[in-house]
Write a protein that binds this ligand. Structure first.
Ligand code: HAM
Length: 420
């Protein structure tokens, strides 16, 4: 059988990793400027954590989790998202004792058994942030602003927009759910199969179905914004006021309901129209009840996750070519006797922090220079038998195609010229 990766899973190849590092580094530096600290949580949790946190009638829990029994019979699941695990860790490690406010971020793989397509995978990566301990609308605004800054620093604000909504508290959502169900039931037969089922289990999700017919039917459905409580309305007004104050370009989309049950009040997405159906490149919202629901002290929170694969796809569309591998020095040697001198010099250069490559078996100068070019080397050091005899090697500047001679023994001079 031909070897291949599991359906819906993919490799991030060395050729692509620089772009990933660029986005991750920009995100990390913005997160750290806002006082967020990194957490690394397990890829696997007890299944119950996710069912309780994300909600039993959500797509993720109903049909997308990778769940199996451990040897002792306990049910485990690969994490479909990061929030539930971070909340578990927050409670288990009594993080509330570190201070009223805790700001945590994570980067890593998530697993959902979805139908793979462009921008949608079964194994994918997220950069997520969770801000615990503040009920203030300023926490929502600051979180959205930080997310937007990550898109700004990666050069992606031109092709994305911020969409926000408020889904109120669980009580008003219940009233809205009934109203929506009443409104959509006469059109049940016109809805797609999935939405027909959703009408019974989770009617709010019909609002973000991608099917055109369903969209047409929901166009005239009531808006959740007309059902949220006075308190939620005031919170939302304040979030908007602060976003205006920060001059963030957002639009209100009352059809954003999110696919996870833990949200309360503000929800948001960063979307793009360049990726087809998978238009959300990042998403999040406030979840005031989750920590308590999981057994912790009542702790409000707000957070988001960026879909790395989608952001990378978008970045590739905007910035087609991206720097690949680039080494400082390639050490080329000819003749058996020069190998050890070359090997020693390469070792010195690496010790001094200069990225260096060298062949281990004899090759022609031509093929070594070809490899130096492939590695995008800034310099090539050439040591042949003639150079050994005269005690001088050649330092070639690859972009300028110029050469200088230097004493083999004077490593400081070689380094100074390379660093020049
Ligand atoms: P989510 O909307 O399920 O939220 O996922 C966030 C982002 O992850 C999506 O907007 C999308 O860019 C990306 N994503 C989701 N599923 C896939 C997939 N199958 N393939 C590729 N990318 C995908 C959450 O996960 C929440 N935990 C976010 C959050 C954090 N809310 C509060 N704190």
């Amino acid at each position: 059988m031909k070897l291949r990766s599991v359906k819906g899973f993919h490799d991030i190849l060395p050729e692509e990793i620089k772009r990933w590092h660029f986005i991750e580094d920009k995100a990390k530096s913005v997160l750290e400027i806002y006082g967020f600290e990194e957490i690394r949580i397990p890829h696997m949790e007890y299944t119950d954590l996710f069912s309780r946190g994300i909600g039993t009638t959500t797509d993720i829990i109903e049909k997308e989790m990778y769940t199996f029994n451990d040897r002792d019979g306990s049910s485990l699941s690969l994490r479909p998202e990061g929030t539930a695990g971070v909340v578990r860790s927050y409670i288990e490690n009594s993080m509330h004792a570190r201070g009223t406010v805790n700001k945590i971020y994570y980067i890593g793989n998530m697993f959902r058994h979805e139908r793979p397509q462009k921008g949608r995978y079964r194994g994918f990566n997220q950069i997520g942030a969770e801000f615990f301990g503040s009920y203030s609308p300023a926490a929502d605004a600051e979180t959205i602003s930080m997310l937007w800054q990550i898109f700004d620093h990666t050069g992606l604000t031109g092709s994305t927009v911020i969409e926000i909504n408020s889904i109120g508290d669980p009580n008003s959502r219940k009233i809205y759910r009934n109203e929506l169900k009443k409104n959509l039931t006469p059109h049940k037969d016109e809805l797609c199969n999935n939405c027909q089922r959703k009408l019974e289990t989770n009617p709010l999700r019909i609002l973000d179905c991608k099917n055109k017919h369903c969209n047409k039917i929901t166009r005239d459905a009531p808006s959740i914004l007309d059902f949220i409580s006075e308190e939620s309305r005031e919170h939302f007004e304040n979030v908007k006021r602060l976003l205006d104050l920060l001059e963030l370009p957002y639009t209100i989309n009352d059809r954003i309901v999110r696919g996870l049950d833990y949200y309360t009040e503000t929800v948001f997405e960063i979307t793009t129209d360049l990726l087809g159906a998978q238009n959300a490149v990042a998403a999040g919202g406030r979840y005031n009840d989750l920590v308590e629901l999981m057994g912790g002290k009542p702790t409000p929170a707000v957070g988001f996750a960026i879909g790395m694969e989608r952001v990378v796809l978008l970045h590739k569309m905007k910035y087609e070519s991206w720097p690949g591998l680039n080494i400082n020095v390639y050490v080329a040697w000819m003749g058996k006797d020069s190998f050890e001198t070359a090997f020693k010099i390469a070792n010195y250069l690496r010790k001094y922090g200069i990225s260096t490559e060298i062949e281990h078996s004899g090759k022609s100068l031509k093929s070594q220079l070809k490899r130096a070019n492939k590695l995008n080397a800034d310099y090539c050091l050439i040591i042949g038998e003639d150079e050994l005899k005269t005690g001088k090697l050649k330092l070639r500047n690859m972009s300028e195609s110029t050469e200088k001679e230097m004493p083999v023994e004077d490593i400081d001079m070689i380094i100074a010229n390379i660093r020049d």
